[in-house]
Design a protein around this ligand. Structure first.
Ligand SMILES: *Cc1c(COP(=O)(O)O)cnc(C)c1O
Length: 400
């Protein structure tokens, strides 16, 4: 067996601080390391493995497609992308789709679409209002869009055209809206920013404001969409419809695929104005179609809603057990976070790993839990037990 720690250090750019674990196999909510040890996975490939690892429906669709046709140019029609487009549009409030390969590509494409709309219909308005604590991806423009200094500072000067304002404040959006603003872009619930759930009226107020001003409302549902928040799309839970929506992460059931969706009125790209070599690739589209089809046929978003409630209940019990350490449990569906009184998240994530549970320290003082949407009560019980063990060990260590 190769020494993977040394190999990684030798060959990789050091963009990520990895956990001491090499994953070699996954099934459902579990993964295995190279020694055959099993871990319960509450990271799920960054909220990507929506149906769990290697779901049979996804595996079968990929196997079938990979033996038929792997890639063509978008100069030609291919059936898997048409099938995927149909199921997504017929099950959403949006009318048109553009397929791409990742989240950053989807959110940046959504911004390009809004700018195109601004040029055609808003007198050349081009600026996009985004919020602090948001995350829209890692391209230079999306780093500029994301309201987090840690992603921006290494790369200044940043591309212009983004105004970061306070999240969850309609007043901040109103104040920033000038004649040069063409759009507001938001995550319905901020994911990477720490699972920040807006107050109940916020998204409706933003929707109203965008209507009033005639500007585009882009929802970045890359993390919240495809069942994660407890509905196929999170905005359905807030009683609004976006003009433009970005999807990725859970869309492909583990395969890399993203999408921009838009209402007819905002579908203003014309031929040659946007594109992607791999976008709409038959294999990733077949995986995404199988994922969405299974999700709808089996009402997986309902399971995400119910299991999300159960997870929050169990974590709230944990909070009662450790009142000095846990200050808050929050989330929507199966996008949840546990907030701590001090910066213990990294330490706890390491202890959880030792006891066989994978979690993400989304902030120095918060853990994010985002299991497969097919998770069961029994698996949640197991996760909460492991987290409790990790907390007890941490506390006894701190006392000792
Ligand atoms: C993960 C994420 C992105 C970026 O997706 P990539 O596939 O990593 O480019 C953008 N927006 C949100 C809300 C995300 O969670």
């Amino acid at each position: 067996m190769m020494n993977w720690v040394e190999q990684e250090k030798k060959y990789f750019m050091s963009t990520v601080e990895r956990a001491p674990l090499a994953i070699v196999k996954g099934e459902g909510s579990y993964v295995w390391d190279e020694h055959g040890r099993r871990y319960l996975d509450f990271v799920a490939g960054w909220a990507v493995n929506s149906l769990g690892h290697c779901h049979p429906a996804v595996v079968e669709a990929v196997r079938r497609q990979v033996g038929e046709l792997i890639q063509t140019s978008n100069h030609y029609y291919t059936l898997p992308q048409l099938q995927l487009a149909e199921i997504l549009i017929e099950n959403s409030s949006l009318d048109k789709i553009f397929l791409c390969n990742s989240g950053a590509e989807a959110s940046e494409g959504a911004v390009k679409l809004a700018r195109r709309y601004g040029k055609l219909h808003l007198g050349g308005a081009y600026e996009v209002i985004t919020t602090t604590g948001s995350f829209h991806g890692r391209t230079l423009a999306m780093v500029s869009a994301s309201g987090q200094l840690k992603y921006q500072q290494p790369y200044t000067p940043l591309p212009s055209g983004f105004i970061n304002v306070e999240f969850n404040s309609i007043e901040a959006i109103k104040q920033a809206t000038t004649d040069t603003v063409c759009a507001v872009m938001l995550e319905p619930v901020q994911g990477e920013g720490g699972v920040n759930v807006p107050s109940p009226g916020y998204l409706k107020e933003v929707r109203q404001w965008c209507d009033e001003k005639g500007i585009v409302l882009i929802l970045d549902e890359i993390q919240t969409g495809i069942g994660r928040a407890g509905a196929l799309f999170a905005h359905q839970l807030y009683g609004i419809e976006p003009d433009v929506m970005a999807l990725a992460k859970g869309l492909g059931g583990g395969l890399p695929i993203g999408a921009i969706m838009a209402k007819n009125k905002f579908s203003v790209f014309s031929a040659g104005e946007h594109g992607s070599t791999f976008g709409g690739n038959p294999v990733t589209c077949a995986a995404a179609y199988a994922t969405i089809k299974f999700m709808i046929d089996n009402d997986v978003p309902r399971n995400a809603h119910e299991m999300g409630q159960y997870l929050v209940e169990r974590l709230t019990e944990l909070k009662r057990k450790h009142p000095a350490l846990i200050t808050e449990v929050r989330g929507k569906g199966l996008l949840t976070a546990v907030q701590f009184q001090r910066d213990v998240a990294k330490d706890l994530a390491r202890r959880c790993l030792e006891s066989g549970l994978l979690v993400n320290d989304v902030k120095p003082n918060a853990l994010r839990l985002m299991p497969a949407l097919t998770i069961t009560q029994k698996e949640i019980d197991e996760a909460v037990e492991s987290l409790n063990t990790a907390i007890v060990r941490l506390e006894s260590c701190e006392i000792g």
